[in-house]
Design a binder for this molecule. Structure first.
Ligand SMILES: Nc1nc(=O)c2c([nH]1)NC[C@@H]1CN(c3ccc(C(=O)N[C@@H](CCC(=O)O)C(=O)O)cc3)CN21
Ligand SMILES: CC(C)C(=O)C(=O)O
Ligand SMILES: [Mg+2]
Length: 268
């Protein structure tokens, strides 16, 4: 008997080959071990330990409160679970805004202390020197252009980004600085096409239409396990909150009427 061979790990080179050969890339957020395990088994290519966990898991109204230590805690769980997926971790506010040395130190913690593989950094042209320094230090960087949730207080909300010239310049600068991929958030589809056509590295969109190499969503939005508002670009493919609510109500009822525990659930 031989142990089953683990699936081959995806790398940044795999993602580049997907773009070069006209393939696609699927990416979903994961914040914990069992969820990451299931998404990895389902064949999701990239798992993102997103700073959206501040909103989705911690219940905050923006992504700003989550700390680097908390991101590491979640990255440990997801990195431990993923066998095939490439795992990317968001640099939380303001690790990507302070001195470049601090960004390198924080991103290096992801590679040293967790089994994750890369970091994501919000910003384009103004982040080029930082991306360059991080890649030089051996840290793979995914750039994130368009709507940048860490800028919510400057932008006055979460708004569709339409400035094609600036967005193309952001993506080109990120690519030239060495980013292995560019994530595009909340951009009209024709602007996305212009961005995609201006660079050669893979693009991954959220609310950016179909003209990208890959697509990413927040898993809790996809499976219907969110408490609050879900953006227009979400496809809710399941209603997990309903399943959990109904199951918990059944347990409550079974305890109340004495049918749980039954004979098979009891030691003698
Ligand atoms: N649960 C969740 N899903 C996400 O996709 C997500 C997060 N949280 N947190 C971090 C960011 C914030 N995101 C958001 C949040 C709101 C809109 C939003 O309200 N969009 C409006 C369009 C606004 C406009 O017209 O300019 C919409 O109608 O969808 C978009 C992206 C995406 N990210
Ligand atoms: C929405 C995605 C792209 C993200 O950055 C996050 O989940 O934090
Ligand atoms: Mg994020």
């Amino acid at each position: 008997m031989t142990a089953p061979t683990p699936p081959e790990r995806l790398t940044t080179r795999t993602l580049q080959k997907r773009r070069d050969k006209g393939g696609s890339i699927s990416m979903l957020t994961a914040y914990d071990y069992p969820t990451a395990k299931v998404l990895d088994e389902a064949g999701i290519d990239v798992l993102l330990v997103g700073d959206s966990l501040a909103m989705v898991v911690q219940g905050h109204s923006t992504t700003l409160p989550v700390t680097m230590d908390q991101m590491i805690y979640h990255a440990e769980m997801v990195g431990r679970a993923a066998e095939r997926a490439l795992v990317v971790v968001d640099l939380p506010f303001p690790e990507g805004q302070l001195e470049i040395g601090r960004s390198i130190r924080s991103a290096a913690r992801v590679l040293k202390e967790t089994q994750c593989h890369a970091v994501k950094l919000e910003g384009g042209a103004e982040q080029a020197a930082r991306i360059d320094a991080m890649v030089t230090a051996g840290i793979p960087v995914m750039a994130h252009v368009g709507l940048r949730p860490q800028n919510v207080n400057v932008d006055g909300g979460y708004r569709v980004q339409r400035d094609q010239e600036a967005l193309v310049a952001d993506a080109v600068a990120a690519e030239q600085a060495g980013a292995f991929a560019v994530l595009i958030e909340c951009v009209p589809e024709l602007v996305t096409k212009a961005i995609h056509d201006a660079i050669r590295v893979p693009t991954i969109g959220i609310g950016a239409g179909g003209n990208t190499t890959g697509q990413v969503l927040v898993t809790h939005d996809l499976i219907g396990l969110t408490a609050g508002y879900t953006p227009k670009f979400v496809r809710k493919m399941a209603s997990v909150a309903e399943i959990v609510r109904d199951t918990a109500a059944s347990f409550h009822q079974a305890v109340a009427d004495g049918s749980f525990p039954g004979p098979d659930e009891t030691f003698r």
